[in-house]
Design a protein around this ligand. Sequence first.
Ligand code: F6P
Length: 326
Amino acid sequence: MAEIKTIGILTSGGDAPGMNAAIRAVTRAGIFAGLNVKGIYRGYKGLVTDEIVDFKTQNVSNIIQQGGTILKTARCQEFMTPEGRQLAYDNARRHEIDALVVIGGDGSLTGARIFANEFNFPVIGLPGTIDNDLYGTDTTIGYDTALNTIMQCVDKIRDTATSHERLFFIEVMGRDAGFLALNGAIASGAEAAIIPEISTEVDQLAELIQNGFRKSKNSSIVLVAESPVTGGAMGLAERVKKEYPNYDVRVSILGHLQRGGSPTAQDRVLASIMGAAAIDALMDDQRNVMIGVKNHEIVYVPFTKAIRNEKPINRGLLETLRRLSI
Ligand code: F6P
């Protein structure tokens, strides 16, 4: 295979805490291995519009603790067209970029796979998303920080919920996946989690809450994953209110605050290990794989697998939540 001398790095899709730690790791491990590193701004958009600059070790100083991404991010329509990708390829070659490291979620890795196949171009992916919905890796960069943010928010809402003896529906992100809702519920001692992977009837939920109040609980918290399947916290609260008007119901949607903040130690370590592993993978002639972690070991997951397969949620955790919320 052709020798790789220069790599380009970009972040794409929704940002996630720890992306900066990953940029730092890829840049420094790359330079350590004797490679030239180029930073590409605004994801694939920057590849199309030529926002590409040399990255030295100083470019990534003092960023490991910062949320967001210094490279900025975007969702790029043009890259979805063959003409856009041709422009991207031409720009990459003009900057003598021989391989790309793409940090992002599902959509970003889909773009990476198409680009890699179309131009026979080496790409390594790093799973960067708070949703934790990528198959083949136990966890993704940003997930732990978002989970901690959710836990802190729910702790605060619990105070007011208890004072007023209210039932709160708290909506968390996750796109089509319930990892944040389910594990956030366990971490914050919530009464229930409503996730798209498992259907819950309003009756079941009401019974659980009623039992709780009967046992002299003076607040109830239900975490709801955003999704058309669950109906979101608003939809669910409306249904419960209609059928059980005696409950004092409130809704809180945590929204984008889940995507910000300084990454946790776990996300910094994960991003650093994965970033260094991306360089090892390239040096090892790996192509078109996502770096994953399984049982604390680095694994290479082919893009097709990471994108096409649905990551299974541990259904047993719902039962654990139910047992612990009596
Ligand atoms: O994929 C990350 C994520 O934060 C999802 O949880 C959420 O559905 C989506 O991005 C929100 O995207 P945007 O910031 O474009 O509204």
